[in-house]
Design a protein around this ligand. Structure first.
Ligand code: AGP
Length: 608
């Protein structure tokens, strides 16, 4: 989604702003811009397209100055053109604003401001803020911003600079993340810690309703009434390496290969092999609370929703608690049955997905206890939930989620194990599952060692127009996830189905040009899926079968086989997802697609 960077200090702002924007490229954007105070006035440079275009504009017409703000925009109001790129200036060019989020009453404000003589130069909702700040300025930039925000309805993370009060950046958030980077005699502002990590690890996360003023000498945080607020300085624990490609062609490939480590990190210090359970310090739930859960609702979007489906089966299987999974975007607008004895688990890599956050707030409002299974430390969901489990998968830069997915399934397994052992799961069964979890990192590595063979399979299918992914039981969500991976990065149409559903419709699509990926490890439903493979073969479909042992029943039915190790049924989707990720990756690369920044997609979707 859109990205914000700001700098104030003794150095030249422009190179730092551009560097920060580049670190945010992974989030997805379609135009970019900077505004820097050059000692006399605000200078803006903007460009449609990639940051390299903005660099071109800056090379042709450089700007110098030690205070500045910058932005990568993902178009919502108005097309991705230079005139719609942020920063947006006020009519008299004295105020520049960058904004993430949506101003819902922009049309009304635009009419009022136009009537007051302001001239609009873009189609954006954001521009209303710069005009409002100009209109309300009376000697203090923060007071003008406070006045403007009182008139604005919607969501925002904003940064504002003004040539009339030039030694300041004023920032504010409501529904869109922002943090202050505390450097050595310099201060940064960013919507994501990656933007500033090269310069400081000390950050102050702003909460909704916070307003911050950064100057060359320090920063202060206040509320909308200008009353001071104390916010602690936190330390970012990951390294720059984590957000660099480290010799891989793409972040996605790097992240796929990191999974033996990241899956291990999700389990570290949490798995208790001897007792067949887990220790989860962050969930903040007493034994009584865990015993008193009547039902579980898991809510999420996209890939996180797929891991939720696996979690549903695990919780019902291990702990016998009725569990349902809801798309966060649907949950937030219906009238779900949630009571104080409902446990609501929200799953999100970014911790910022607008629909998921809204669903969590709705569940809280209805009295549920909320747990966030989140990867990004300090993200909004992690800050607002009642407790949770951090995934510890490290920053995920590739837009297509890979390592976060496997870590989400592991976190859900750890939680289900804990809940199960408190209720109906025997110690023997608990131990078996715990040992299977413990074995996963090595098993994942053994699948990654087959990457070259999977790349070869990708060669045969790079020109396909459609794909089907079929799985049963625990591997139905894996089929959905495999199809999502392929479509989002290769733009090939792909559908995931429970294998037995094929005969209720999708079978009509099968012919010699239809590749069908079967996820068929040797689990409880293996025999059932063999008949589905036969049905595809009988109609000359091409079969790519992910399985776990030599099976006479599969003879003559497989065009391409990918072998994964054996594990307990509930963990098979973790292993199956590795070849699915690799297959999608190699097909996309062979089609020349921009794997890390697929078209139209953003890493974290902070709008509805
Ligand atoms: C995954 O590959 C996607 N790009 C997307 O579906 C993502 O999982 C979804 O937007 C939810 O994001 P979150 O986990 O950060 O909440």
């Amino acid at each position: 989604m859109c990205g914000i960077v700001g700098y104030i200090g003794p150095k030249q702002a422009t190179p730092l702003l551009i560097e920060g924007l580049k670190r945010l490229e992974y989030r997805g954007y379609d135009s970019a811009g900077v505004a820097v105070y050059d000692g006399e006035s605000l200078e803006t440079r903007r460009a449609a397209g990639k940051i390299v275009k903005l660099e071109g504009a800056l090379a042709a017409d450089p700007v110098t100055g030690k205070v500045g703000i910058a932005h990568t925009r993902w178009a919502t109001h108005g097309p991705p053109t230079e005139r719609n790129a942020h920063p947006h200036l006020s009519s008299d060019d004295s105020v520049a604003v960058v904004h993430n989020g949506i101003i819902e009453n922009a049309d009304v404000l635009r009419k009022q401001l136009t009537a007051l003589g302001h001239t609009f130069r873009s189609d954006t909702d954001t521009e209303t803020i710069s005009h409002l700040v100009q209109e309300l300025y009376d000697g203090s930039l923060e007071e003008a911003v406070i006045g403007a925000l009182r008139k604005v309805e919607g969501t925002f993370g904003i940064a504002v600079v003004s040539s009339r009060d030039p030694q300041k950046i004023v920032a504010a958030r409501k529904g869109s993340p922002l943090l202050i980077g505390v450097g050595d005699g310099e201060y940064f502002l960013a919507s994501d810690a990656s933007a500033i990590l090269a310069h400081t690890r000390q950050v102050v996360y702003l909460d909704d309703g916070d307003l911050a003023v950064l100057t060359p000498d320090g920063y202060k945080v206040m509320d909308i009434n200008a009353s001071p607020i104390r916010r602690s300085v936190e330390r970012i624990e990951w390294d720059l390496e984590a957000i660099e490609r480290g010799g891989f062609d793409h972040f996605m490939l790097k992240e796929i290969f990191e999974q033996p480590t990241t899956v291990g990190n999700t389990m570290r210090g949490r798995l208790i092999l001897e007792d067949g359970t887990s220790k989860l310090g962050g969930i903040n739930m007493s034994h009584e609370q865990l015993m008193n859960i009547d039902n579980v609702v898991i809510t999420a979007c996209g890939t996180s929703w797929h891991s939720a489906l696996i979690g549903e089966m695990m919780i019902e299987d291990f702990a016998r608690i009725p569990t349902e999974v809801e798309y966060a975007s649907e949950f937030r607008y219906r009238n779900p049955i949630v009571t104080p004895r409902t446990l609501c688990i929200v799953i999100s890599q970014s911790g910022e997905t607008a629909d998921t956050l809204a669903a969590m707030r709705e569940a809280k409002r209805r009295g549920a206890h909320t747990l966030g299974f989140v990867n990004v430390v300090g993200s909004t969901i992690a800050r607002e939930d009642d407790g949770g489990i951090y995934l510890h998968a490290g920053p995920e830069i590739g837009v297509a989620s890979t390592k976060a997915f496997t870590s989400q399934v592991i976190a859900l397994a750890l939680f289900a194990l804990k809940l199960g052992r408190k209720r109906t799961l025997s110690v023997m069964r608990g131990r078996e599952i715990a040992q299977a979890l413990d074995a996963l990192p090595k098993q994942i590595q053994s699948i990654l060692d087959q990457a070259a063979a999977i790349e070869k399979i990708a060669d045969s299918y790079k020109d396909a127009h459609n794909f089907l992914y079929l799985g049963r039981g625990y591997n139905f969500p894996a089929a959905l996830e495999g199809a999502l991976k392929l479509k989002e990065i290769s733009y090939i149409h792909a559908e995931g189905y429970p294998a037995a559903e094929m005969k209720h419709g999708p079978i009509a699509l099968i012919d010699e040009s239809m590749p069908v990926v079967f996820i068929a490890p040797h689990d409880a439903v293996f025999d059932k899926i063999v008949s589905n493979i036969q049905e595809v073969k009988a109609r000359h479909g091409k079969t790519i079968v992910i399985t776990s042992r030599d099976e006479p029943a599969l003879e003559g039915l497989i065009d391409h086989e990918i072998r994964i190790p054996e594990t307990v049924d509930m963990l098979t989707p973790v292993l199956a997802s590795i070849p699915l990720q690799l297959l999608a990756y190699y097909i996309a690369v062979k089609r020349g697609a921009n794997v890390d920044q697929p078209r139209n997609l953003a890493k974290s979707v902070t709008v509805e």
